[in-house]
Design a protein around this ligand. Structure first.
Ligand code: CU
Length: 166
């Protein structure tokens, strides 16, 4: 009698196990399809502007350059597609290149940051071209520059005005 009971009991015991398996499959599917979950996490992770500074232009030049480091600590790539500042009428991302011994600047329509990557903005390389100043630049003062990210979102950076390269 005992043997028969256990024979019948076996499939019954198997049912909860099957149920757990289905639940696991459902969870796995939710994880695999959980694109909304991962993008919500990605939105919380944002690139950051570090050690921002603005070089005081010589004399009364109507433009200045902003430098610093843009770091992307996120597992997703990020692309900077624009820049602005309350202190300037126009801000552009530029790259300086020496072609045939002549230093030239070119407007960069976008700057891509790899996951866990960084971009260095420094004299002689990439920089933020700050044009049409709305206020006179003072050494030691701070300027806010906003970088626009592809797909929405902005990065706020503080840039200290300095007379020379640190
Ligand atoms: Cu420039």
């Amino acid at each position: 009698m005992d043997t028969i009971t256990s024979r019948f009991a076996a499939p019954v015991r198997a049912l909860p196990a099957l149920g757990t398996g289905l639940l696991c499959a459902a969870l796995l599917a939710a994880l695999l399809l959980g694109i909304s979950v991962s993008s919500a996490e990605a939105k919380e992770c944002m690139p950051k502007i570090r050690e921002g500074w603005v070089r005081m232009p010589p004399g009364k030049m109507p433009m200045a350059a902003g430098f610093g480091r843009i770091v992307n600590p996120c597992p997703m790539p990020a692309t900077i597609v624009g820049a602005s500042s309350p202190s300037f009428g126009s801000v552009e991302l530029h790259e300086t290149r020496t072609v045939d011994g002549v230093s030239r600047m070119r407007h960069m329509p976008e700057l891509r940051l790899a996951p866990d990557g960084a971009a260095m903005l420094k004299p002689g390389g990439m920089h933020l071209m700050l044009m049409q100043p709305r206020v006179p630049l003072q050494p030691g003062s701070r300027i806010v520059i906003e970088l626009e990210l592809k797909g929405g979102g902005t990065l706020l950076g503080e840039f200290e005005v300095r007379k020379t390269t640190p």
